[in-house]
Design a binder for this molecule. Sequence first.
Ligand SMILES: *Cc1c(COP(=O)(O)O)cnc(C)c1O
Length: 384
Amino acid sequence: MGWSERITQALTARRAADGWRQRRRVEHNSVREIVVDGLSYRHFSSNDYLGLSQHPAVIAGWQQGAAASGAGAGASGHVTGYSRYHAQLEEQLADWLGYSRALLFISGFAANQALIHLLAEKPDRVLADKLAHASLLDAASHAPATLRRFAHNQPASLTRLLTTPCAGATLVVTEGVFSMDGDSAPLAALAAETRRTGGWLLVDDAHGIGICGAQGRGSCWQQQVKPELLVVTFGKGFGVSGAAVLCDAATADYLEQFSRHLIYSTAMPPAQCHALLAALQQVQQGDARREKLRANIARFRAGAANLPWQLMPSDSAIQPLIVGENHAAVALSQRLAQAGLWVSAIRPPTVPPGTARLRITLTAAHHSEDIDALLEALYDAADK
Ligand SMILES: *Cc1c(COP(=O)(O)O)cnc(C)c1O
């Protein structure tokens, strides 16, 4: 089969399965509100949980950074793309999170690919939570190491995999807060199992960093676990974009010497590092925002108790409502849109078949009345 036929077939199948994904052109986004096609909606699909993308200090950080150092890095960090802002940000992140080193990456996706491709050789193995993010599972399935997946958040399932002998090293991979389910990994149990057998633990805390733990230090800090490898991303709770890998000095040197994602890719713009320094400060001082977010989560969960759809057991900003079939999830999302509420439907293959859902995300930027409006629209939709 040639490319044209293959493409046509895949697109036809995608349409037939109610799985078509459409990017929408957003005209305005204030975290609490978005404007799409000239219509304004209350916004419940942002990962900008603290609303920092709109924070004046973070915006000023970008502007001042660009004024001082230009729009782009101009080269890989190994050539001339590594600035004092990169160095400052790496030092502050390492210090804040209690690691020897931090290394910046252009995105969380790139950081995960870089780590797993560099570490997972033959005859190593990667043992990943079944629901781990696509960037982790893709990297592991394309790496020379063997990939096995353990049952979601079940250390006993990991233990069973660990008892199988392996000639190489073992990397255990999980998220801190799961992106599509909103629940937290039992990090202490996973870390204990991993260490007992001499493996390393990688925690991707894309949805925990900035949000949980003292000063927003994330899931690991909250659960008092220090994984060998911690990935934090800046496109969610930090409101910007980019990522960092936190690790010991030797591992950082190893990445610096051998990671193709670092060596052969233009460094993050220095202005972005400057914006991230401002965002980091806001995260560290963000108790009031985290408190507001927690209050919004509590209000939503209390109000949602009698909805006919299953609300996942999550105390994070991610509050998934399981609808089941793709068409039903899309229909519910459309009904909410008619009521002026933007809530994305998430369908397979992003989530397991039969668990299409509304992925409701709450932020510190929401007001109580926004939560109430969402609840009212959901109960209205349930009545129809
Ligand atoms: C969003 C996300 C990523 C990707 O991070 P980007 O910086 O957006 O590329 C990686 N892991 C998890 C768990 C995520 O939710």
